[in-house]
Design a protein around this ligand. Structure first.
Ligand code: PLP
Length: 365
């Protein structure tokens, strides 16, 4: 069994992807050409946003989103304590300081009730992450942002297609950063990302910054970067967009199987949210004695992962901030007990049943 079948999306859409490749190769337009334009149009429509700007990857999308949103060196940015480290790194890369806030236990996402206590005179933004496919509770986040005049960037690397109060994720903050890393719910066949927004100025700044700070070739208004999206990846993504909702529905079916088959196991906690609340980028359970259970599963051929074993505040990369174990106890407890089970749009139902049986057997042992 595979944790996630990375080749299956290609096999399902082979004819269309191969055709996109041949069209691209024969076009003679390889950088910021018609494929990128088409992808940006389709993805903006899908998210319900006015603008989408394709960029090189998810981390660059976060950096450009923050910079375009006005975050400057020395600023403080509120981030979830419980996230992939990319969210923090983006804040650091624009010269700002990440200020972590604990998650809600029910969603694992940033706890809006704990944000205000972390705001100081230096705070200029909130980076909210929709982790594991489950949208963060954005209404209170936006209300706090409005009250304190803060910029809100969504990190939507993990919840493409999810809804929160009837709007797609990626259309809930002032701007959103997406990753299209191959393992995401919609992934490229290589590196890609984008920024979505309704704000013309932010879209324009990202567009200029991704391309050396120039609007007109060799006329540089800003100290920009080369963070352009790869046109071939844009062409592949455009092929996949119409399938995302169907693929998310298939993930939900696997999640429903897990909820049905895994309830009531002693020492195992299922997510508190229901199948309909998430697009199930990961199916993350909490297990006492996690490492031993994981090893027993591995021995019976069941692959699992841990997202993530080391919270950013305890990682060597953030030693400079001086955090210690105990500073974010809920985040730490989650990191110590989280276990991600296999899930994906091409996972056979029989594999899910095998995971359920194996986990039951391992716990009963
Ligand atoms: C994958 C991911 C990123 C980074 O995306 P890349 O395309 O790999 O740079 C950022 N944030 C979160 C939450 C992610 O899961």
């Amino acid at each position: 069994m595979q944790f996630l079948d990375m080749k299956a999306p290609y096999l399902e859409l082979k004819d269309k992807l191969d055709a996109a490749y041949l069209r691209f190769m024969n076009s003679g337009r390889y950088v910021l050409g018609p494929e990128t334009e088409e992808f940006e149009k389709l993805w903006a429509e899908y998210c319900g946003c006015r603008y989408c700007v394709g960029v090189s990857n998810g981390l660059d999308a976060l950096c450009l989103g923050l910079e375009a949103g006005g975050v400057s060196p020395g600023d403080e940015v509120i981030v979830p304590a419980n996230t992939y480290i990319a969210t923090w790194l983006a804040v650091s890369h624009v010269g700002a300081v990440p200020v972590p806030v604990e998650p809600e236990e029910k969603s694992f996402n940033i706890d809006p009730a704990k944000i205000e206590a972390a705001i100081t005179a230096k705070t200029t933004a909130i980076a909210a992450v929709h982790l594991f496919g489950r949208p963060a509770d954005m209404e209170p986040v936006m209300a706090i942002a409005k009250k304190h005049n803060l910029f809100v960037l969504e990190d939507n690397a993990q919840s493409q297609g999810a809804f929160c109060h009837g709007r797609r994720t990626g259309h809930l903050g002032h701007a959103a950063a997406f990753s299209f890393y191959p393992a995401k719910n919609i992934g490229a066949f290589g590196e890609a990302g984008c920024v979505t927004t309704d704000d013309h100025e932010i879209a324009d700044r990202v567009r200029v910054l991704r391309n050396y700070g120039s609007r007109i070739k060799y006329h540089n208004e800003l100290k920009g970067y080369n963070r352009r999206i790869d046109d071939l990846q844009a062409a592949f993504l455009a092929v996949k967009i119409p399938y995302l909702d169907e693929w998310n529905a298939r993930r939900r079916n696997i999640a429903e199987r897990y909820f049905a088959g895994l309830s009531g196991i002693p020492g195992v906690r299922l997510p508190e949210y229901t199948p309909a609340d998430s697009v199930w980028h990961q199916f993350v359970i909490r297990v006492e004695n996690r490492d031993a259970v994981r090893e027993s599963l591995r021995l019976t051929g069941i692959p699992t992962m841990i997202h993530y074993p080391v919270p950013p505040h305890l990682s060597a990369a953030y030693r400079e901030l001086g955090f210690r174990r105990g500073d974010f106890p809920l985040t730490e407890r989650l990191a110590d007990t989280f276990l991600s089970l296999p899930i994906g749009p091409h996972m056979p139902a029989a594999d899910a049943e095998e995971v359920i049986a194996a986990l039951r057997a391992v716990i009963a042992d």
